[in-house]
Design a protein around this ligand. Structure first.
Ligand SMILES: [Zn+2]
Length: 350
């Protein structure tokens, strides 16, 4: 993944001229492809799968071999991104897990969504999450959530709560942390790893068989290993293991797409925060390594502005674009990000 980016960087002189020519030709190809895509997508049904793999620093995901992510981005994009809002401003947000999920789900920073830690959660449901948007379309969409524990659904997203819109997820696989089937003699690390495997299996099965319009898969193992061992071989192994889960999900989407050719799947994989520079065991602060994240996607029509890296809050408006969602003006005004995806005839969330 490193090489794809560096190929575009650091040229000069004749190299620059040559690069400009190659880029121009490349852009023409991209424009042609996008034109073909937009003709096709007029009749296709957009679907989206969002995946969070917890706490994988950008330098680690780039160093470790990740064939799953490579397959996903083979015709798509991988880019650096950031979490944590703007340092020293009201949007500054702790680089903590639940804070990151909420920024992804609501397209806002913690000053708005009001989640600043992993405990004592009091989300401000005035800032709509993307699943609420999905349920408020003319034809309510089919949604899915796959996660270790239930709080992501019942608290952060307020599943079924009137103040959060009152809608409920259609497909759910969560709460495994309290499931007696996973209270074996495994240690905590292996137990959560087994849960992640089950979460992935259930998500893949649901995607292939049911094809929910909008889903979120959350995988935890990498953060557990990071907190226990920090940077090193154990973390690298955990990243390779979770990359294989990404491969499973991507295979499920491809199998679904092959059977249902009218569907147009967007898959976005990201992480909720980086890790501390010293040893990789901690996170929560505003150091560059904790703030720097990454976004991997199969989407081709993604525009990354090199002067302004994408943020986790750009994912919400990107989904809005891909799904052709209609959103109330007061919701679009609350959004902090901008769509990374450009599709003809779609709403611009900003
Ligand atoms: Zn996390």
């Amino acid at each position: 993944m490193q090489s794809r980016r560096s190929a575009l960087w650091g040229r000069s002189g004749w190299g620059t001229l040559l690069s400009a020519l190659v880029l121009t030709m490349g852009m023409l190809t991209v424009l042609n492809t996008m034109a073909e895509d937009s003709n096709v997508s007029a009749e296709r049904v957009p679907k989206t799968l969002l995946v969070i793999v917890d706490g994988i620093p950008t330098d680690v995901i780039e160093r470790v071999k990740t064939p799953g992510l490579d397959a996903l981005t083979a015709r798509g994009t991988f880019n650096h991104a950031y979490v944590g809002g703007q340092i020293g401003e009201v949007t500054e947000s702790p680089t903590i897990s639940a804070v990151g999920y909420m920024s992804l789900l609501t397209g806002t920073w913690s000053n708005k969504h009001n989640v600043r830690a992993n405990y004592d959660l009091t989300p401000n449901y005035a800032y709509w999450d993307i699943f609420r948007v999905a349920k408020q379309q003319d034809t309510p969409l089919i949604t899915g959530l796959f996660s270790t524990w239930t709080d992501n659904r019942t608290v952060l997203l307020g599943d079924g709560l009137v103040q959060a819109g009152g809608d409920k997820f259609d497909f759910v696989a969560d709460g495994f942390d309290k499931d007696p089937a996973f209270k074996s003699d495994l240690d905590e690390l292996e137990r959560i790893k087994a849960i992640d495997a089950e979460v992935t299996r259930r998500a893949a099965e649901t995607i292939t068989q049911e094809g929910p319009d909008l889903s979120w898969v959350y995988l935890q193992h990498t953060d557990d290993v990071g907190h226990l061992s920090g940077d090193g071989p154990a973390m690298d192994r955990a990243v390779r293991w979770i990359d294989a889960r990404v491969a499973e999900l991507w295979s499920a989407v491809q199998a679904r797409q092959a059977e249902h050719t009218a569907e147009d799947w967007l898959v976005l994989v990201t992480t909720d925060h980086g890790r501390s520079r010293e040893d990789g065991k901690h996170h929560g602060g505003q150091s560059l390594r904790e703030r720097t994240t990454w976004i991997a996607t199969n989407a081709r029509s993604v525009e990354f502005d090199p002067t302004t890296p994408p943020a986790i809050v750009d994912i919400f408006p990107s989904v809005v674009t891909h799904m052709n969602f209609k959103i109330p003006t007061y919701v679009s005004r609350q959004l902090e990000g901008r769509s990374l995806i450009h599709k003809e005839g779609s709403l611009d969330a900003k």
